[in-house]
Design a protein around this ligand. Structure first.
Ligand code: FAD
Length: 431
């Protein structure tokens, strides 16, 4: 009998396992594929490895006034090999920690037998509590010829050596990150998006700025465009044909909940497991977190929710404030945001990085910073678009979690020269 059975070893599942084990609980972790889940194997880590490696090529091409590299080219198989090494190294690290903390691991597909047991490989295991951290997979669109597309998981293994042009279906976060990898390699990209703007869930100004930057690097962006059918290398949309050596579908994710519940004991909504504010399902001792429930589909959110469940169960406290979750998009200028976007009554301050000394020195000054305050001067939200925005956004998470006012935020001194210096400047502009 286990204290906790966890199904799914992505960031939600393995972090929960490590935490529960550190609290002396007997833990079973079940995984049907790879330890690390989507994040480590097919998501955050491999995409950022490809982004980092291809960005260094792109940077060199921008600096040919002093870097004398005639006929510079890329060994893409080596890039894939490096990416695989990074993934393997991180996976081994997680596996080592799980072993060190005495977490039992079983490989296989689990299904719920009843409210405190699961079946895997024809064996049944019982636990006081069960945590479902099943994650998600790419959506398949019901469009003629859709099987001519690859998804983000396949893209991460694809050799791009002989690829000259690509059509990406979907201009959300995954679509624009893949477009950035491809443009870093000077591959021609067309993005087809059904909505009226890219990265719809972010600040409108950030969407527009990103579109401009991508356009400048040669990306063709077709908004409000609906796909009729797909053939090998051809996408037919709104009467036009878009051709690519590859067609990559980035149209969203669907929860991995098909096989977990053969007896239909869990309440679900559009395939997502329904939970309350403590992540409890309709069954008292079964919890669900991460991409398999409705809400943000982000690794750090999945992990924080999972750790709150474990802390609530075994130490009677919630650790994380889940209201102010930072969201990041790893395009060439990163985009990061947290809190609310502006509305009519707010005080909004915005500043471009055009004159920020660090941005000018590094020739990375196309982005902007926008802060939103209430009329009473309390901080409400921020959008940052600049290099390393993902490393700076937590200044604003702290401000939100502590309900800081402009005056309180204005006390901090920022280093010069730095991208973060713009934060100090814009706050003093707002005060
Ligand atoms: C291309 C891409 C890039 C991304 N980049 C980022 C990023 O930069 N930052 C970010 O925060 N997020 C990013 N994400 C999202 C992030 O990967 C997910 O939000 C995160 O992995 C969700 O964690 P999870 O633990 O809920 O699920 P997952 O990581 O999907 O793990 C779930 C695991 O459960 C296993 N499983 C499912 N059902 C069963 C079963 N019945 N029995 C046994 N095992 C089962 C699956 O095999 C899987 O390994 C990205 C996603 C993609 C696709």
């Amino acid at each position: 009998m286990y204290d906790l059975i966890i199904v799914g070893a992505g960031p939600a599942g393995y972090e929960a396992a490590l935490k529960a084990a550190s609290l002396q609980k007997k833990v079973l972790l079940i995984e049907k594929d790879e330890i690390g889940g989507t994040c480590l194997n097919y998501g955050c880590v491999p995409t950022k490895s490809l982004l980092a490696q291809t960005a260094s090529f792109s940077e060199i091409l921008k600096n040919t006034s002093f870097l004398l590299c005639d006929n510079l080219s890329v060994d893409y198989l080596k890039i894939l090999e490096n990416k695989n090494k990074t993934v393997d190294r991180m996976k081994k690290g997680v596996e080592f920690l799980l072993k060190k903390n005495n977490v039992d691991i079983i490989r296989g597909e689990a299904s719920l037998e009843n409210n405190n047991s699961v079946k895997v490989n024809d064996q049944e295991f019982t636990g006081d509590n069960i945590l479902l951290a099943l994650g998600s997979k790419s959506v398949n669109l019901n469009i003629e010829g859709f099987d001519n597309c690859i998804d983000s998981k396949q893209f991460l293994q694809t050799d791009l050596t002989d690829i000259n042009k690509v059509v990406i279906i979907g201009g959300g976060v995954i679509g624009v990150e893949i477009a950035t990898i491809l443009t870093n390699l000077k591959i021609k990209v067309t993005i087809i998006e059904a909505q009226e703007r890219l990265i719809l869930n972010s600040d409108q100004g950030a969407s527009l700025r990103l579109k401009k930057i991508l356009n400048r690097s040669g990306v063709i962006i077709k908004l409000n465009t609906f796909i009729e059918r797909i053939e090998k290398g051809k996408v037919f949309a709104d009467g036009a044909i878009y051709e690519g050596d590859l067609i990559i579908s980035c149209v969203g994710r669907t929860p991995n909940t098909n096989s977990i519940d053969p007896l239909n004991i869990l309440e679900k909504e559009q395939g997502f497991i329904k939970v309350d504010s403590t992540f409890k399902t309709n069954i008292d001792n079964i919890y669900a977190v991460g991409d398999c429930i409705k809400g943000l589909q982000l690794a750090h959110y999945a992990k924080s929710c999972a750790l709150n469940v474990v802390n609530n169960l075994y130490s009677n406290q919630s650790l994380y404030n889940l209201k102010n979750i930072p969201q990041c998009i790893y395009t060439s200028d990163e985009i990061a945001f947290v809190g609310s976007f502006e509305n009519d009554n707010d005080l909004v301050v915005q500043r471009d990085f055009i004159a920020n000394p660090k941005a000018v020195i590094e020739n990375q000054n196309k982005g902007f910073l926008k802060l939103v305050f209430t009329r009473e001067g309390f901080f409400k939200g921020a959008t940052l678009m600049c290099p390393r925005a993902s490393d700076m956004i937590n200044i604003f998470v702290t401000a939100l979690n502590n309900k800081l006012s402009i005056q309180e935020m204005a006390k901090d001194v920022y280093p010069h020269p730095s991208f973060s210096e713009a934060i100090g400047d814009i706050i003093s502009q707002a005060i």
